[in-house]
Design a protein around this ligand. Structure first.
Ligand code: FAD
Ligand code: MLT
Ligand code: ZN
Length: 528
């Protein structure tokens, strides 16, 4: 422990020196009534929600924009702007840049790292939810061009009659928006099959921090004409500009999809099972998700979905959800049942039992079991969520080590930490380590951080596999990126946004180079 503290101190010193070449974050101004008058020259009165001015609303009306999905991060913005067009976004941003007012772009506000809520710097929230039209769809190529504020599920519904699906899918689909998905480079349960948004997004329309509209809304699959600027905004979490339009390649809907939930006697069966599933199901394997016992029980207890009966799940150390998607139902189902039968008939079976979905309701229920874990966790308590990339073989070890750490600290008790669970995307090497607490407390946070980040560092993993850094992990970036990379990230940020108006306090560590979480850089002062 002493060694790691010394290491952290050494890093901090080194980074302070390193950071001296950077200007301090420019000061930002609070929104005033005069600013509001200017915003009302750009937007209709219905598009402005503010606790200031003659049309002021109660601060409770701004709560859904000021508080994050987990109830962990709380902002205090006085003003939310809801533009309908890219031109309106551009005019708002140009004005805020001139006046040095911070902007928090917001989609569905389902982010899990506090990136989508203000940090007490007087920012305005620019909500994209009124920009929700599909601009174009080509049923031959499958290219969809949509406003950034289109809800993911509504795009799925739009595509269904054309026999196409969105390449990204996850539990927040009913609220998250395609602009937010691109800004976080969301992963989800289909990444194994369709790859990341860095591959499927063909073009973006972005309002840059000075108000300029960067129109790169290409629908071309191939375009090797120099730097691929759009990639910078995918995963930038709103720190480089506001995405207003997205062009995305959508895959044809599979003719048949099946799923199964399997109960494993021990974690040791997981990797051989994954290898076997890849080999035997090959091109039809579309998801391979991991659920440990604790996460499974939480999901069942909170009624998120069903799969196995209590007898069937008894004695299992962990569970797997397998999905197949292919062109011919009989062929795919035969492959999946052959796999399951083969697994069960071995001398030392890799699974205890498994249930194959028989109809659409059961299919949805099995997915509910997995996709509903996030909601189950938040029904159970307050979640410390660590979304990490580590070697598959270390998934259980990391959950166990974290639980042990909390036990040693005397925090594993019903009024502090209730549970430590793990689940995630085996196909992508992405574990979701969740610590479910009765409430957020500095004591629990201090026991977990930097402990978890150091553990991830030990495996040369990533502290954020798919949720981003937001405000939660900005100070911890050095666990996953070296100094040269962070320096070039800073340069890119100051090139695009020299006044630091775009989503201040997110993604990049504070300019003084400290790596300690502080109320300013983690929002902990405002933790519930
Ligand atoms: P928001 O939460 O509103 O914003 C997220 C970030 O993007 C913020 O930094 C915000 O400033 C920025 N942003 C939003 N819109 C724009 C824009 N138009 N231009 C520029 N910046 C913008 N994530 C995964 O990766 N995989 C999962 O499987 C997954 N499952 C989830 C399940 C549940 C139940 C929940 C609640 C969340 C889950 N998430 C998952 C996290 C989250 O839903 C995703 O990160 C999602 O992509 C965020 O989209 P959003 O529209 O809600 O964005
Ligand atoms: C998931 O895979 O369920 C999501 O990333 C959300 C979460 O981590 O809870
Ligand atoms: Zn996930």
């Amino acid at each position: 422990m002493l060694a790691s503290r010394q290491f952290a101190r050494r890093l901090a010193t080194r980074n302070r020196r390193w950071a001296s070449s950077h200007a301090a974050t420019p000061a930002l101004n609070q929104v005033t009534e005069e600013d509001l008058a200017q915003f009302s020259k750009i937007l209709s009165p219905q598009s402005i929600l503010s606790t200031l001015g003659s049309n002021s609303v109660a601060s409770s009306e701004l709560e859904p924009f000021n508080n994050d999905w987990m109830g962990k991060y709380h902002g205090d913005s006085t003003t939310v702007l809801r533009p309908h067009t890219t031109k309106e976004v551009s005019e708002i941003v140009r004005y805020c840049n001139e006046r040095r007012i911070g902007i928090v772009p917001q989609g569905g506000n389902t982010g899990l790292v506090g990136g989508s809520v203000p940090t007490g710097r007087g920012e305005v929230v620019v909500s994209l939810r009124s920009m929700n039209n599909v601009r174009h769809f080509d049923p031959v190529s499958g290219t969809l061009v949509a406003d950034a504020g289109c809800v993911l599920q509504s795009l799925t519904d739009y595509l269904a009659p054309h026999n196409y699906i969105m390449p990204v899918e996850f539990g927040a689909k009913g609220s998250c928006m395609i602009g937010g998905n691109c800004s976080t480079n969301a992963g989800g349960v289909r990444l194994l099959r369709y790859g990341s948004l860095h591959g499927t997004v063909l073009g973006l329309e972005v309002v840059l921090p000075d108000g300029t509209i960067l129109d790169q809304l290409n629908t071309l699959r191939k375009d090797n004409t120099g730097y691929d600027l759009k990639q910078l905004f995918i995963g930038a979490e709103g720190t480089l500009g506001i995405i207003t339009g997205v062009s995305i390649l959508t895959p044809p809907a599979p003719q048949a999809s099946s799923n199964a939930v399997l109960a494993l006697p021990s974690f040791d069966s997981l990797l051989p099972l994954f290898q076997r599933a890849k080999r035997e199901l090959s091109e039809i394997l579309s998801a391979f998700e991991y659920i440990d016992r604790g996460a499974y029980e939480l999901s069942v207890r909170h009624g998120q979905g069903r799969g196995l009966s209590p007898e069937e799940s008894e004695g299992a150390e962990c569970f797997v959800l397998i999905e197949t998607s292919g062109g011919r139902r009989e062929h795919d189902e035969e492959k999946l049942s052959n796999l399951l039968e083969g697994l069960l008939s071995e001398d030392k079976p890799l699974i205890n039992t498994g249930v194959l979905s028989q109809d659409a309701t059961q299919f949805a229920s099995i997915w509910g079991l997995r996709e509903g874990i996030t909601e189950a966790v938040s029904k159970e308590g307050k979640a410390y969520k660590y979304d990490i990339s580590i070697p598959l073989s270390a998934f259980k070890e990391v959950v166990d080590a974290t639980r042990e750490r909390l036990r040693e600290k005397g925090l594993l008790r019903p009024d502090a930490v209730k549970e430590v669970v793990g689940y995630g995307h085996i196909g992508d090497g992405n574990l979701h380590l969740n610590v479910v607490a009765a409430k957020y407390t500095p004591e629990i946070e201090a026991a977990l951080e930097p402990f978890v980040y150091e553990l991830v560092g030990k495996y040369k993993g990533s502290i954020s596999a798919e949720h981003g850094l937001g405000v939660m992990k900005a100070h911890a970036l050095h666990y996953s990126k070296n100094e040269v990379s962070i320096e070039w990230m800073r340069r890119i940020k100051s090139l695009f946004d020299p006044n630091g108006i775009m989503n201040p306090g997110k993604v990049l560590p504070p300019p003084d180079g400290t790596h300690e979480p502080s109320p300013e850089n983690t929002g902990t002062a405002r933790i519930a």
